[in-house]
Design a protein around this ligand. Structure first.
Ligand code: CP3
Length: 345
């Protein structure tokens, strides 16, 4: 089956496009009334495991907003549940790992598992979402990058300073490296399964890697992210995203990816220079800007497009996910502004 020449895929290859493609991280989520309606019927994990419902949630923002891509509805932590760490999504708290990994002994006991039988429901969601989307827009699959997934496994949940992670890295480096090897292997098979099921592109979320300085990134993260990117089938664009990464951008680029995600703490043109113009970039409106009046949103969208300066290889997105309190009309207005202001026909 040949895919239509989707704007997003052309931009990822740095080919000229008639307008800048736009989608939003967390575009399927709590700010959308139709998502909240689904959540009245299903718990979060239950919704992820129900491929019919998850495919429906994947498509909702495409219909509501007119974005140029859909992102698979799932979570970065689903794939590590079979490690037996006690994953739960506590109400209003985000993910919790009941039995965090803090020592070499615990990490050495991790058992390999079959990804297809553990998270085959995610691959079913990809197939169903592809069918529902038809040729409208491409479908982006995703996974957590090894560092960010490891940070949940070791900290037990979100963290401010990542002190358990750093203690493990510095104090038991062998254990850290062993854990990262497990995650590279599992994540390569997880993304490989999504691609085989029909994902047109994949995004690696290294959301919390900005907690590290460049030397630690080089020693403890870069080799693993690079191994993961190299293990993926060629021809499917990889978007490599993190936040708080202004000081890490050249290293993230070295690790790999066809598109580097920029958060809002860096000017788009400066970020693009830092990663090099021979790679595409994605970003980078502050998610909080969507709480502002539409006139200001329009100004900010224009500012980002001006910094991209019509150079091929820009995918418009937020610098991180949509915040739950965001008015839907503002999100829709932003998508329309990108379409209007980037029109090159
Ligand atoms: O982007 C999308 O629309 C696709 C779906 C998606 C979810 N999680 C659904 C979700 C994606 C791409 C993710 C990735 C994810 N999950 C990341 C990386 C992206 C990022 O934000 O940095 C991370 C760190 C996680 C872990 C996670 N899952 C957290 C921190 C939370 C709680 C915070 C929050 O927003 O509630 C979740 C739960 C979660 N994952 C929700 C959704 C829609 C909210 C659950 C609910 O409905 O109550």
């Amino acid at each position: 089956m040949t895919s239509p020449d989707f704007l997003l895929l052309r931009a990822a290859r740095r080919e000229p496009t008639e307008r800048t493609p736009v989608w939003l991280m967390r575009q399927a989520g709590r700010y959308l009334p139709e998502y909240r309606e689904m959540r009245r019927r299903f718990g979060f994990l239950e919704l992820c495991r129900n491929s019919e419902a998850a495919a429906e949630v994947t498509v909702q923002p495409v219909e509501r907003l007119g974005v140029d891509a859909a992102i698979l509805f799932a979570d970065i932590l689903l794939v590590v549940e079979p490690l037996g760490v006690g994953l739960e999504f506590a109400l209003g708290e985000g993910p919790v790992i009941r039995r965090p990994l803090r020592s070499d002994g615990e990490i050495a006991r991790l058992k390999p598992f079959d990804v297809e039988s553990a998270v085959g429901f995610v691959f079913d969601t990809v197939r169903k979402a592809r069918r529902a989307l038809g040729d409208r827009v491409p479908l982006i699959g995703f996974a957590g990058a090894p560092f960010t997934v490891a940070s949940y496994l070791v900290e037990g949940g979100p963290s401010r300073d990542y002190l358990y992670v750093k203690r493990l890295m510095y104090g038991e480096p062998e254990a850290w490296h062993r854990l990262m090897e497990v995650l590279v292997d599992v994540t390569a098979r997880y993304l490989g399964g999504q691609i085989a099921a029909g994902a047109h592109a994949v995004q690696l979320f290294d959301s919390w890697v900005g907690a590290l300085g460049p030397d630690d990134y080089r020693a403890f993260v870069l080799p693993y992210t690079r191994a993961l990117v190299r293990a993926l089938p060629p021809g499917v664009p990889v978007i490599h995203f993190g936040t708080g990464t202004a000081g890490l951008l050249p290293l993230m680029r070295e690790a790999g990816g066809d598109v580097i995600g920029l958060d809002w703490r860096v000017d788009l043109d400066a970020g693009w220079r830092a990663v090099g113009h021979d790679v595409a970039v994605q970003g980078n409106l502050d998610p909080a800007a969507l709480l502002a009046p539409p006139a200001l949103i329009r100004e900010r969208v224009k500012g980002i497009l001006d910094r991209a300066a019509g150079r091929p290889g820009h995918i418009f997105n937020l610098g991180h996910g949509v915040l739950p309190d965001t008015p839907v009309e503002h999100v829709k207005a932003m998508v329309d502004f990108v379409h209007e202001l980037s029109d090159r026909r």
